[in-house]
Design a protein around this ligand. Sequence first.
Ligand SMILES: Cc1ncc(COP(=O)(O)O)c(C=O)c1O
Length: 305
Amino acid sequence: MSEIDEGKYIWKNGQLVAWAEATTHVLTHALHYGTAVFEGIRCYQTVHGSAVFRLRDHLKRMERSARMIGMELGYSVDELMAATFETIRVNELKECYVRPIAYRGYGAVGVNPRSAPVDVAIIVWPWGAYLGAEALEKGIAAGISSWRQRSVNAIPGAVKSSASYLNSGLAKMEALDHGYGEAILLTESGLVAEGSGENIFVVRDGVIATPPLADGVLAGLTRASIIQIARDMGYTVLEQSLVRSDLYIADEVFFTGTAAELTPVASVDGRQIGLPGPVTSALQTRFFDVVNGRVPEYDAWLDRV
Ligand SMILES: Cc1ncc(COP(=O)(O)O)c(C=O)c1O
C-alpha cells in the first residue's frame, strides 16, 4: 500500500530509471546510520510556465549539508539543476514536489561512513498542501513538544540530514497524538526553535520576529524569502530569540517551509491566537503571487523548467 502519487522515472546516479526500479540494498549505510542529506523543493506552474522555486539555492544548501557530513556529491549544482529539469519533464508534471537526496550507499558496514559510496537521486511527484488546504486558510493547531530540538553540537540545524528527522518525527507523532496538527520544538535552553518541518514567525504590534539561525534552526529558504518579501513590503523583521510566552502573547504566528508554504498558526497549546491575522494574510497572498510568477521583482527566484 502506498500513499505516494507515483511517477514514471527517477533520476539516480546520472540515469533515469523506472520508478519501481529505483531501489536500494537493505545494507545501505544511510538506512542504518542516517548518513543522508536531502532537499524539499517545489515546482510551481507559474504564469510563465513551470518553474522551480529557488532550485539553485536549495541545491547549494544540499551541497553545504553534504560538505558538513564529509560527503562529496560528485555532481555540480548546475548538473543537478539540469537533472531536476529533465526529471520533471520526463514525468510530464507541470507542478510537483522535488526531492533530491544524497546518501551513503551499499559497500561498508559500521559507523564510519567514509568507505561507503555516495548515491544521488532526484524524485518528483505531485504533492498538495502539506498541512492541508484548510490549514492554509484557517490556520493549524500547534503544540509545544516535550521533545527538544537536537542541539547544534549534536546534529547541527544547518545540515538538512535524514538523521535530524528522527527528532522531527518524534515531535510530530506526539503532536498528532495530542490532537494538534503540528509540533513546535524548543531548544534545550528553552528558546523557540521551529516546527517539525517548518520555521516559525511571530507578529506583535506589527513587528515580525523569527528565531536566528544561531538558535539551531534550519536555514529555511522560505524563511529567507519571507524575511525579504516582508521587508520589501515595509515591515520590520527581527531575527531574535523567542521564548514560549512570545508565542502565547503573539498577535499572529505562522509557519514557513517548502512543504507547508506559509501556514497560519491558529492556536498554540490550545491557546487561541485567532484567525489568520492581517500581516499573515498579506504575506501569504504576496508569497503565492511570488511563487506563481506574478511579481517580476522576484523573477530571479524562479528557475524555469
Ligand atoms: C526542520 C525544518 N525547518 C524548516 C524547514 C523549512 O525550510 P525550507 O523553507 O527551506 O523548506 C524545513 C523544511 O524542510 C524543515 O524540515
